[in-house]
Design a protein around this ligand. Structure first.
Ligand code: NAD
Length: 264
């Protein structure tokens, strides 16, 4: 434990259970002295409360990012309790799992395209706008993305398009909020076994392939993602904004698997 975030307050959006990337991040930030608020969707409340208890977080707010009144109530609660905030962690995505398989061009519907982009990309724009109003002293924001935005990954389909929008949005938000001293970055994590990964057809093979292709020959560890979050959200990350930082055991740099690795 340390003091890198002593006196800093922030909102973590997207803890659903103990496998959530947001949970790994929350534990790391708490260990560095941060004061946290968790927002969660109602259906996950029974999973989220015990986790919050575990690290002494008693400020929890329900928030469905598709509902304007729910977003307003969430940030209203923070304004009321804290007056201002220092950081935001956006760790939210959703798509109909019926469309996270097979042909992208055949399977993508207008309805789910809108829903996926709304929950997985627009919600960061909306949260950043609301959070920025509570950051008179500057701040730092991060979101979570995946390589499927840059490369074609089997089954990732419309989520890849949503992540491309999310990464572009990160750059535009960074441009707009930079003059207020607010840094805005994305972490591109390698495949990790979570609830969300379970919605992707063949999600487990994304982990297995990563292990074979990645220079480090290992799974992406949520601890590494949490470490990157700490860097970006604390003053260690000073001068860094608008960046998409990969934490994926190096998977994204490789053009084809090493024939030696395929043999093993
Ligand atoms: P997760 O299922 O634990 O987290 C997803 C979260 O999104 C959940 O807390 C869920 O409640 C929330 N959510 C969904 N719809 C919502 C809504 N309408 N309003 C509010 N919240 C809503 O899975 P995770 O893997 O920890 O995902 C977190 C982020 O990390 C996502 O953006 C995901 O795309 C990204 N990511 C995941 C991986 C991976 O392999 N697991 C890799 C790279 C990036």
């Amino acid at each position: 434990s340390g003091t890198l975030l002593e006196g800093k307050r922030g909102l973590i959006m997207g803890v659903a259970n103990k496998n959530s990337i947001a949970w790994a991040i929350a534990q790391q930030l708490k260990a560095q002295g941060a004061e946290l608020c968790f927002s969660y969707i109602e259906a996950m409340e029974s999973r989220v409360r015990p986790l919050a208890d575990e690290i002494g977080v008693d400020f929890l707010v329900p928030c469905d990012v598709t509902q304007d009144d729910s977003m307003a109530a969430c940030f209203g609660a923070i304004e009321e309790k804290w007056g201002k905030m220092d950081f935001l962690v956006h760790s939210i995505a959703f798509s109909d799992k019926e469309e996270l398989k097979g042909s992208f061009v055949e399977n993508t519907t207008r309805e789910n395209f809108k829903q996926s982009l709304d929950i997985s990309a627009f919600s960061f724009v909306d949260a950043a706008k609301r959070a920025s109003k509570l950051m008179p002293d500057g701040g730092s924001m991060i979101t979570l993305t995946y390589l499927g935005s840059e490369r074609v990954i089997p089954s990732y389909n419309v989520m890849g398009v949503a992540k491309a929008a999310l990464e572009a949005a990160t750059r535009y938000i960074a441009r707009d909020l930079g003059p207020q001293g607010i840094r805005v970055n994305a972490i591109s994590a390698g495949a990790i076994k979570t609830l969300s990964l379970g919605g992707i057809s063949g999600g487990r093979s994304l982990i297995a392939e990563g292990r074979t292709w990645a220079p480090l020959r290992e799974d992406t560890d949520p601890i590494g993602v949490a470490g990157a979050a700490l860097y970006l959200l604390s003053d260690l990350g000073k001068s860094c904004t608008g960046e998409v930082h990969h934490v994926d055991a190096g998977f994204h740099i490789v053009g084809m698997p090493d024939p030696e690795a395929l043999k093993g």
